[in-house]
Design a protein around this ligand. Structure first.
Ligand SMILES: Cc1cc2nc3c(=O)[nH]c(=O)nc-3n(C[C@H](O)[C@H](O)[C@H](O)COP(=O)(O)O)c2cc1C
Length: 358
């Protein structure tokens, strides 16, 4: 396994990895990956909010070798890390989603494959058959195609579904507008799970605009898999999702790419955890960049976190080795933070290590 600096960047310093990836990527691709909606205030809030949550470490508690493993949506992971669904990964590196899946499997994290993946879902499974992979679905206007994708995912060994509900209308991505909504058409890169449609599908809405809670049961029935609803910020919505059969909710504002005025996901987490209790797993994403952010999320009651853009920067930089190094650095950071908080395991963390319950 590569050391964090063996590959020319310090994978514990994700700002450095992003700056370096920016030099490598086509400007339109970098902006598509990095950008948020509007004037990017939700994007900024996600990053800033974690740092306002201060920890109150416990001492004189033996925690020299903390256990970072968790069970979430029925999958046991070596660390509470899930790679967020992000489309278009072959624009970051030719190995794309395959490399991400292999890296996740190497460190014992889960990987979520986006509907907008640039690799066939069966090929992702085949690349990392011992890893945990989840499938992210949108509800396409073509319900038959949506059902087909869910059934293919279940048949090939994906073990959970993330149903994304916060992108039924497209976000206003100004950076993409500046580039004329054009991603470079690299040879042979398309969206094979959607029948090989072109990359501009990112900008044309093929999604059902009006969804209700009944769609959760539909996804569960069609796939036969546990379903977590991604894109929940309101505790009442979280309750509705669980009542409708969701096994989990992902507290998320889509990485600041949808509603620019949305609250930071870190600020929404505690209320959602309170609303859901132990009826379902709560996950969170948006701006998670260091081990201490993961510990903050766990202390607030999340079962695991999703990590988005840093995966793309690491992938652009060094492919599978880069993603492995980035995840390794993140997991090392979790262990270090648990030790310093006197927590013997990721599941032993409670609100007592929070300086202020939010
Ligand atoms: C380039 C890119 C593509 C994304 N594609 C999807 C997608 O296909 N489906 C989805 O549910 N979320 C998608 N997201 C949102 C992520 O899953 C996740 O919510 C967000 O990136 C987390 O924030 P972070 O990047 O700050 O870690 C995408 C995000 C990015 C940056």
């Amino acid at each position: 396994m590569p050391g964090t600096e063996a590959l020319g960047v310090d994978y514990a310093d994700l700002d450095q990895v992003e700056a370096s990836a920016k030099d490598i990527l086509h400007p339109a691709v970098y902006d598509f990956f990095a950008g948020g909606a509007g004037d990017e205030s939700a994007l900024a809030a996600n990053l800033a909010s974690w740092r306002t949550i201060r920890l109150r470490p416990r001492v004189l508690r033996p925690a020299a070798h903390p256990d970072t493993s968790v069970t979430v949506l029925g999958s046991t992971l070596a660390a509470p890390i899930v790679i967020a669904p992000m489309g278009y990964q072959r624009l970051a590196h030719p190995d794309g989603e395959r490399a991400t899946a292999v890296a996740a499997a190497r460190v014992g994290a889960a990987m979520t494959l986006s509907t907008y993946a640039t690799t066939r879902l069966e090929d992702v499974r085949a690349a990392a058959p011992d890893g945990v992979q989840w499938f992210q679905t949108y509800i396409l206007q073509d319900r038959g195609l949506t059902a087909d994708l869910l059934q293919r995912a279940a048949a090939s060994g994906f073990t959970a579904v993330l149903l994304t509900v916060d992108a039924t209308v497209p976000g206003d991505r100004r950076r993409d507008r500046r580039h004329g909504y054009a991603l470079p058409h690299a040879d042979g890169i398309d969206l094979p799970n959607l029948g090989g449609v072109g990359l501009d599908a990112a900008y044309s809405s093929r999604l059902e605009a009006d969804l209700g809670p009944d769609v959760i049961g539909w996804v569960r029935e069609v796939s036969g898999l546990p379903v977590a609803v991604k894109g929940v910020l309101h505790p009442d919505d979280a309750r509705v999702c669980v009542d409708a059969g969701a096994a989990g909710v992902v507290v998320s504002n889509h990485g600041g790419r949808q509603l620019d005025a949305a609250m930071a996901s870190a600020d929404a987490l505690a209320d959602v955890v309170n609303a859901v209790g132990d009826r379902a797993d709560v996950l969170v994403d948006g701006g998670v960049r260091r081990g201490a952010d993961v510990v903050r999320a766990l202390a607030l009651g999340a079962r695991a976190v999703l990590v988005g853009r840093p995966v793309l920067w690491a992938l652009a930089h060094d492919g599978e080795e880069g993603v492995t190094a980035m995840l390794t650095a993140l997991i090392d950071g979790i262990g270090e933070c648990l030790r310093m908080c006197g927590a013997p395991s990721a599941t032993a963390l409670g609100a007592d290590v929070l300086a202020r319950v939010r």
